[in-house]
Design a protein around this ligand. Sequence first.
Ligand code: NAP
Length: 254
Amino acid sequence: MQTRPLVLITGASRGIGAATARLAAAQGWDVAINYARDEAAAEAVADAVRAAGRRALTLCADVAHEGQVRAMFATLDRRLQEDGTRLAGLVNNAGVVDVAARVDEMSGARLQRMFAVNVFGTMLCAREAVRRMSTQHGGSGGSIVNLSSVAARLGAPGQYVDYAAAKGAVDVFTLGLAREVAAEGVRVNAVRPGVIDTEIHASGGQPERAQRLAPSLPMLRPGRADEVAQAIVWLLSDAASYTSGAVLDVGGAR
Ligand code: NAP
């Protein structure tokens, strides 16, 4: 049976994840749309994927919870078997910031959540994907793209050093995993967005952040979610067949 490629995108109900889902569908991918809370938004993204002629499913799971990640992949396994589809891509996009604070003001709970979602969520989903994609596990290979941040280079002092540190961990995880599975048909890369105009800034208590920073950005404007999606979908694709272990800045020269 001819199998069709599917990409699972975490945190795809809005922002960069939703833009990636739409672009991936336009380029021939079936798409599994993970979200944490906003089912209606995830379903709207699924409708857009279907309108592009591809299959879509939505999967609710908090990527920070191992049990929910396992359950999400088990559901995906069942659907893939029914549909003659194979998991060929994973985009670890789900991510969180927090309100601006100095390190000496940060609670332990904040630090735990920052790493639970941004780092452990990425690692748990990557683990499940490798178990399905790696030729060592009987898979047919695949591509994993992790969302890092330019903050990993800048450190984000006075804003969210915890977030920057978590994204730094994502960069190193990307390098290590890429080398670990390179001979097993799995490529692993990261994209480091700069300031992108999405709702993540509102979730950090600064809804106007992207526009406020615009005059200080090298291109004098924030990036758009669809501009980051272009890099992600390229890394997913066979056009990037010899690109692995790369960390690609999409930061408008920031
Ligand atoms: P966003 O607009 O805030 O969207 C975040 C998405 O992640 C939503 O779909 C949300 O789903 C989901 N999500 C949050 N926590 C989750 C969890 N625990 N489990 C599963 N899903 C979860 O963010 P964005 O700006 O598109 O950012 C996407 C990625 O790019 C993140 O990793 C972020 O760190 C990175 N990034 C963004 C920027 C930027 O300026 N925007 C810059 C650098 C890096 P629900 O709505 O259902 O909760």
